[in-house]
Design a protein around this ligand. Structure first.
Ligand code: ZN
Length: 260
């Protein structure tokens, strides 16, 4: 939800909550300001005759907004899976960057954002760690991730990867699910947030019978954030700014999924 006071947008950009709307309306009534809520655009328009209204309303609302932010994802358990790790570097970019490093950095940034909003985050790995058991097949490598997710009692599971193709031209973002209705919804929100923010080619949300999607017991998605094999997207994936945008987008998709 956005708040516009006398034509000026407040810097805060909170999601709609009924509490905030009620707080906002009673505050406006108290101060004799006019309010109009546009439910389609999720904007509250506030009209006031006071010239310093923007700072006044910010001062009054910011503590409320901050408190709402900090508890937005309270009680939610989110399992984040940074793809690959250790000896398994994942795909390599044309200039030698590794998928395992990108996925871990994005996962750590996402963890921070989720925790700042009250969520309980479980990571399948928090370092450059190999999740495979020695001498076992690739399925067993993935099963450790599934075990961590299922044991965590998580509400959702988000696996982060980079896509790769033999042609450097291939580009874009894809989010996979295993057909579960809630997983599709989560995938749609995350995919939309990512492609809007990154301006990447929207390859859509797709069904996939990946082991980690099939055997996790909660709504689960696997995000192919962008193509590490594409020189331009390799830079995006390896840069702090790009990683932060990706984490922020996945975070926004999760928040929209939980409707908080
Ligand atoms: Zn991967």
């Amino acid at each position: 939800m956005r708040i516009v006071v006398d034509g000026q947008k407040l810097s805060a950009n909170p999601r709609t909550t009924k509490d905030l709307l009620v707080t906002m309306k009673s505050l406006a009534r108290l101060l004799n300001w006019q309010t109009l809520y546009d439910p389609n655009k999720e904007i509250i328009y506030v009209s006031t005759s006071k010239t310093n209204a923007v700072s006044t309303i910010s001062d009054l609302l910011m503590p409320v907004l901050e408190e709402l932010e900090s508890i937005r994802l309270q009680d939610k358990i989110i399992c984040i899976d940074a793809g690959h790790g250790g000896n398994d570097s994942g795909a390599l970019g044309p200039s030698g960057t590794m998928e395992k490093d990108n996925t871990l950095s994005i996962a750590i940034l996402l963890k921070e954002k989720l925790e700042n909003n009250g969520a309980n985050v479980i990571m399948t790995r928090s370092s450059d760690q190999d999740l495979s058991y020695p001498d076992l097949s690739r399925n067993d490598l993935l099963s450790k991730r599934v075990t961590i997710a299922n044991d965590s009692d998580a509400d959702i599971f988000v696996s982060i990867h980079n896509d790769s193709f033999s042609s450097a031209v291939a580009s874009g973002t894809t989010t996979f699910h295993y057909g579960n209705e809630q997983a599709i919804e989560l995938a749609n929100h995350v995919q939309k947030a990512l492609t809007n923010e990154l301006n990447t080619n929207d390859r859509g949300t797709r069904f996939a019978s990946f082991y980690i999607l099939r055997y996790t017991t909660m709504p689960a998605i696997l995000v192919e954030t962008a193509f590490i094999s594409n020189p331009e997207e390799e830079l995006l994936l390896a840069s702090n700014d790009g990683r932060n945008k990706i984490a922020e987008s996945i975070y926004n998709g999760i928040v929209r999924y939980f409707k908080v």
